[in-house]
Design a protein around this ligand. Structure first.
Ligand code: ZN
Length: 295
């Protein structure tokens, strides 16, 4: 990486649930001397790892160049600034709305294509996401959002001051305390800080250990009720590009839920049979393991 280039932001098709498409190569190069070849196309169904909130991993799948199919082992977010320098992942120094910047989806190839990567620019290729893995990540991501809303509800009595509320009107513990969310097939692990700043914000962290069993039971009961209602899920977006803003919307028994989210999701809660949660208090943090099961 590091060579100069220019390209418009990548159009993404995963918000509409698309998993296969034809596209044109706009950029192809090796990441360093020994690194894998990364291919950028004008549009893609691949969901890349986000560079600012890396919760959902990049999609895997295949790219067909000519007659040869290559495995895509990762999808990453890249960006090109006004000076034409290409940046990748966490090294991106810009925000997605910064003027003069293009944001791109890079498909990381397992094996290099024949010839020089630069010769691929302008070629038509076929892109196909591994849909079984995608579904398992979508299920985990949907379950993770539901868990956060149920957790906010079950912790509402532990706030001494009213902080910002979530889309269902509960004090937003998730927003106030989350430090990291990791999504893997069928599972997510969410970590919440319980330290001084949260107590200052008005959360009674000392009372939490004595309430943990009740909180877990409450969250589990709510999640079962919500899944049973089989609410529809929709992704809204303000544009077709990878750096456009997107929101997850879901019909739930308490009302419509809406959260900013760049990830992928199920289409309906009826696709889930159950969501199990394990909640433990670690060193200065609350750790929630959420496991989704397919119906
Ligand atoms: Zn999300």
């Amino acid at each position: 990486m590091g060579e100069t280039t220019s390209a418009p932001s990548t159009v993404v098709l995963f918000p509409q649930g698309v998993s296969v498409c034809e596209a044109t190569v706009v950029l192809a190069e090796a990441a360093g001397d020994e690194g894998p070849v990364v291919i950028v196309t004008d549009r893609t169904p691949f969901h890349p790892l986000d560079h600012t909130w890396p919760d959902q991993p990049g999609d895997r799948g295949t790219i067909t160049l000519g007659r040869r199919e290559h495995a895509v082992v990762d999808a990453v977010t890249m960006a090109v600034g006004p000076d034409g320098t290409l940046h990748r992942g966490e090294e991106i120094p810009a925000r997605r709305t910064d003027p003069g910047w293009s944001f791109l989806v890079g498909h990381v190839l397992e094996t290099p294509p024949d010839g020089s990567p630069a010769d691929l620019v302008g070629e038509q290729v076929g892109l196909a996401v591994d849909v079984a893995r995608r579904s398992s990540l979508s299920a985990a991501h949907t379950a993770c959002h539901l868990m956060s809303l149920a957790l906010n509800m079950e912790l509402r009595d532990l706030w001494r001051k009213v902080p910002r509320t979530d889309c269902l009107g509960s004090p937003d513990f998730d927003q106030a305390a989350i430090t990291r969310s990791s999504i893997t097939p069928w599972e997510s692990v969410d970590r919440y800080r319980l330290g001084k700043s949260l107590r200052k914000a008005g959360f009674d962290a000392e009372a939490l250990p004595g309430r943990l069993d009740a909180v877990r039971e409450g969250v589990t009961a709510r999640l079962s009720e919500w899944i049973a209602a089989r609410g529809r899920i929709a992704i809204d977006t303000d544009g077709p590009w990878i750096n456009s803003r997107r929101w997850w919307g879901c019909e739930l028994p308490p009302g419509p839920a809406r959260l900013p989210c760049g990830g992928t999701h199920l289409g309906n809660l009826g696709e889930l049979a159950s969501i199990d949660v394990r909640i433990v208090i670690g060193e200065g943090e609350l750790v929630v393991n959420t496991t989704a099961k397919q119906s």
